[in-house]
Each structure stands twice: as C-alpha cells, then as structure tokens.
Unconditional design. Structure first.
Length: 168
C-alpha cells in the first residue's frame, strides 16, 4: 500500500492497492475492484461512481438501442453497472427512470433472490459491467463504501417509487 498523492493528483488519500495489484486481482481472481480505490485521509465518504470501479472490465455486456438487458419476472443472478450509454427502466409501459453511466441495475436480485421487478432496455448503445453473486459479495466485504452505495441506491429508488405511487 502506498500513501500520499494519488495518481489523479489529490493529496491526503491512501491508495488501497497499487495499479498492478488491482489489475492482477481483476484478471486473476475475476472478482476485483478493477480500478485503484482511494479513501480520504479524514475518513469522509466521497461520492462514488461505480462506472469508475469497473471501467476496465474485460468482458462488458453490449446492448444496441431497443435491446433488453432483462425483463420483469425473469430470474436474476447478476447485477450490472452502466459504463456507457443510457437504459430505460420500465414497469409495465411506465418509464421509472432513465439510467446513465454509474447506475446500478438488477441489484435487488442479488440481495434477496427475487425475480426481476422491472424491464431494462437500452435507450442508446450501452456498455455494462456484469457482477455475479460471488463478485458482489467480494465487493461488499472488501469495499464497505460500495455496500453503502448500493444501500443508498436502494433507498433512493424506494423513495422514488413511493413518490410515483403517491401521484398515480
């Protein structure tokens, strides 16, 4: 582990692993963090963009406009991080959200083994990182900030659904 100025020039951050370690972990273990993670020296949590964690993913999912990532009712055993493009999240024919890079998709299926609760279709060409259950649990255990981010996303989606339900 190295300390000091990170590769982006931000002072006061600790590097959790070297770029070589992250590369080795991502390719040899197929679990890994893929990018170098930084924790601020004063322990404040910085906003997270999961797209940056998985930018170098070696086997992305590519979708053409109109192509489904998954459909409501399907069994889900993976979640996804949108790296590029836009996808719409539908419930029936109602667009709940247009997701942009950094969005997490399908995470609920990994948490409670439930079927997919929505349809996700590419609005623009999309590139996504696929996260299976094993990789998800590794990230949650090794990167608490990732776990907090997933919980924040779930809470925000619940609030959004409550607001949509209230006006319908």
């Amino acid at each position: 582990m190295t300390k000091g100025i990170n590769h982006d020039g931000h002072q006061g951050h600790e590097e959790i692993c070297s770029r070589d370690d992250a590369h080795r972990l991502s390719h040899n273990c197929n679990l890994a963090v893929v990018a170098v993670l930084f924790i601020p020296a004063d322990s404040r949590i910085l906003p997270m963009n999961p797209a940056e964690l998985f930018r170098q993913d070696s086997n992305p999912v590519l979708l053409a406009p109109g192509e489904f990532l998954f459909k409501e009712g399907e069994k889900g055993d993976k979640m996804y991080v949108l790296l590029e493009g836009e996808v719409d999240i539908f419930l029936g024919d109602f667009v709940l959200e247009t997701a942009t890079p950094g969005a997490l998709l399908g995470e609920m299926a990994l948490i409670d083994d439930s079927p997919r609760t929505a349809n996700v279709v590419a609005k623009k060409p999309a590139k996504l990182a696929e996260i299976d259950r094993r990789r998800f649990h590794f990230l949650v255990q090794q990167t608490p900030h990732f776990a907090s981010h997933v919980m924040k996303i779930l809470a925000n989606r619940l609030r959004h659904m409550n607001a949509v339900t209230a006006v319908r």
